[in-house]
Design a protein around this ligand. Structure first.
Ligand SMILES: [Zn+2]
Length: 147
């Protein structure tokens, strides 16, 4: 559907230069005053911002979240907790069983084999006591060779 164009009638007269100038001058004055005020506000904003130091936590000026940054500052001021040394782990039972398997298979002389010696070196006192007790039982039961 097409709409026919509407041709308006010419106005009675055109504005004169004086009328246009008189109409524009108040706007020019208002725009100039707005520009001056905005310029002053920008300068005042810069002056006030420069009075604040950068936040040592968030780096903003002024601080973005003062309470959070204060909590962070307090947390960092506390001395660090002492580092915990990892507790030595007990010898895995699988290592004891591996040594005992070699002893059962090859006798007490298996303890002199380099691999078994390195395993024994990894054993803690409890594991060594357990191995000794078990070897002693095997010897007493005459299930392994003593030499
Ligand atoms: Zn901050």
């Amino acid at each position: 559907m097409t709409v026919p164009a509407v041709i308006t009638a010419p106005s009675e007269r055109l504005f004169t230069v004086a009328e246009v100038t008189a109409a524009i001058d108040p706007w020019r004055a208002m725009l100039t005053e707005a520009h001056v005020r905005i310029t002053w506000l920008i300068r005042e904003n810069r002056r006030l911002r420069s009075a604040h130091l950068l936040c040592d936590m968030c780096g903003a000026q002024p601080c973005v979240n003062p309470s959070f940054c204060a909590a962070c500052r307090a947390a960092e001021a506390k001395p660090a907790p002492p580092k915990l040394r990892p507790q030595p782990r007990p010898t895995p039972q699988t290592l004891v069983e591996a040594i005992m398997y070699c002893v059962r298979e090859h006798g007490v002389k298996a303890l002199k084999e380099p691999k078994v010696k390195s395993w024994l070196h990894e054993c803690d006192a409890a594991a060594k006591a357990q191995i000794n007790a078990r070897i002693q039982k095997l010897i007493e039961a005459k299930r392994i060779a003593h030499d």
